[in-house]
Design a protein around this ligand. Structure first.
Ligand code: 6LW
Length: 497
């Protein structure tokens, strides 16, 4: 039986929201403190996803003021298509709260933001009823009518459900008309190991809502399962009319309590119906392939030679990306980074990274720090990062773990231009305290051999240690002066059995 591999969007891609337009599917994720924000993906088969842009790519659309903490910024979008347009509603918890964007093409350009001062609470959802009335539902679970053309709310918000009795954090609502009912799908139990999905249904978009007797309809809490934290879901119909769910999950590894380094990732699961209630099929590392032809599209390139005129949309920076600081033209064929005031320990630093998407991977980059300083970093946040830092003929392997900052090793190099290497690898757990992976920091010598400077426990760059909602991001940075990057290569490695 043909299978497909889950997660369908590996790496830090949480809070997926999906919509279908004919034979095309579009998906958006949270982006937190990173700029540009809200990555947008396209697929024709629900399995293979290609990033076609970022919805929030202009400073007017995405303000992440200096001081925006990690895991602040942009939370949980809902992406819908209605009346010939795409609608994206999202919360920027660090600036102006809830806002609405529209676009004719999901790849952009997206409109400037329409503020929604009357919509309170995170995780806003949009749904239109048959009379064209727009209902906005938020975490809690609360609902208010909205005029999406002016951003004005109509009437007062109303609590419509609180999820299962005793479950914490009812959130991530999505409202749909399916057959005779309006279904209210929510997440509950918190986004950690207790996460789950519950559903209620009612005769109208405003309820009253009757909870499904089988709630939660999905949770991996307490299960011996390699995928955990399953929740925050959205529904879509396949090309053949079958139903599917996209949801977030994590892949904790190592001993007890388990650490997930890649953040919350997007998984796909089949949905069937019984007595008018959805049943979620198993979510495994592999699931039975859908019955329609699979259509792989372009994937994020594994190597960037920085020869293009614009950066691939998978590159993200912290809080902003001024053209004067990040240049593809200053030195032809190279990425040029100008250092600002901040280091990787600060909220504002010159950094260009991509998500780590595989539990085992090798990243190499050729870097010329000139008379300045910079290098290659893997970061969870400003308090949790490992890096190789080049300055004045010397490469340092450094670690920042909470309050401690250490130079683990140093290595003299002859050339100003060096190839730096970060590799992650995992091994079978032998001790209940084993971490999820080992992060190797090294320098590639001119003859191609690698000098390993450090082998560090990966747990310190995991959500269970650092906290928050993001995952690992890897890329070059500038600490002082000007740093040039010739190329950057990301290679998934085959998993150890
Ligand atoms: C998001 C909430 C959640 O707003 O985590 O998993 C929050 N669910 O719905 C941050 O992603």
């Amino acid at each position: 039986m043909a299978v497909i591999v889950n997660p369908v969007l590996p790496g830090f891609h949480p809070d997926p929201s999906i919509c279908r337009v004919g034979g095309d599917y579009f998906l958006a994720c949270s982006s937190f403190e990173y700029f540009p924000g809200v990555p947008i993906f396209h697929s024709r088969d629900l399995v293979h996803w290609t990033q076609i842009g970022n919805a929030l790519e202009r400073p007017e659309q995405l303000r992440l003021p200096v001081g925006t903490r990690s895991s602040g910024g942009v939370y949980a979008p809902t992406l819908r298509h209605h009346d010939g347009r795409f609608w994206l509603i999202v919360t920027n918890v660090s600036d102006r709260g809830n806002m609405l964007f529209t676009a004719i093409d999901a790849a952009g350009p997206w409109s400037d933001p329409m503020p929604l001062p009357g919509v309170h609470g995170i995780d806003p959802d949009l749904a239109w009823d048959d009379d064209g009335v727009c209902w906005c539902t938020t975490a809690g679970i609360s609902q208010v009518r909205l005029d999406p053309l002016t951003g004005r709310t109509i009437g007062a918000p109303r609590r419509i459900w609180s999820g299962s009795p005793g479950a914490k954090a009812p959130e991530a609502p999505h409202l749909y008309r399916i057959g005779d009912f309006w279904y209210l799908l929510i997440a509950e139990g918190g986004t950690e190991r207790g996460h789950g999905v519950a559903v209620a249904r009612g005769p109208s978009p405003a309820g009253p809502f009757e909870p499904c007797p089988r709630n939660p309809i999905l949770t991996h809490r307490g299960l011996d399962h390699p995928i955990q934290n399953t929740g925050h879901a959205d529904l879509a119909q396949g090309p053949d009319g079958s139903w599917w769910m996209v949801l977030l999950g994590t892949r904790p590894r190592g001993g007890s309590p388990g650490w997930h380094p890649l953040g919350r990732e997007t998984f796909l699961a089949p949905v069937s119906w019984d007595d008018g209630w959805p049943i979620v099929g198993g979510i495994g590392s592999e699931i039975v392939a859908p019955p329609w032809p699979l259509q792989p599209g372009p994937v994020t390139p594994s190597r960037d030679d920085f020869d293009a005129r614009v950066l691939h949309p998978s590159w993200i920076s912290l809080r902003h990306r001024p053209a004067s600081v990040y240049s593809l033209t200053e030195r032809a064929g190279w990425l040029t980074l100008h250092a600002g005031q901040g280091s990787l320990d600060d909220l504002d630093v010159t950094f260009l990274g991509r998500r780590q998407q595989h539990l085992q991977c090798r990243v190499r980059a050729r870097i010329d720090a000139g008379g300045g300083s910079g290098g290659l970093a893997v970061r969870l946040d400003e308090l949790h990062h490992y890096e190789l830092q080049v300055a004045a003929g010397r490469v340092e392997a450094r670690a920042r773990i909470g309050p401690a900052s250490v130079v683990v090793a140093a290595h003299e190099v002859r050339d100003e231009t060096v190839v730096l290497l970060i590799e992650t690898s995992s091994a079978p757990v032998r001790d209940p305290r084993d971490g999820p992976d080992v992060v190797t920091l090294g320098v590639e010598e001119p003859d191609g051999t690698v000098t390993v400077l450090a082998e560090l426990d990966g747990r310190y760059l995991s959500t269970e240690v650092a906290g928050g909602f993001t995952g690992r991001v890897i890329g070059p940075y500038a600490l002082a002066g000007t740093v040039h990057v010739d190329w950057f290569e990301y290679e998934p490695l085959i998993l150890a059995p």
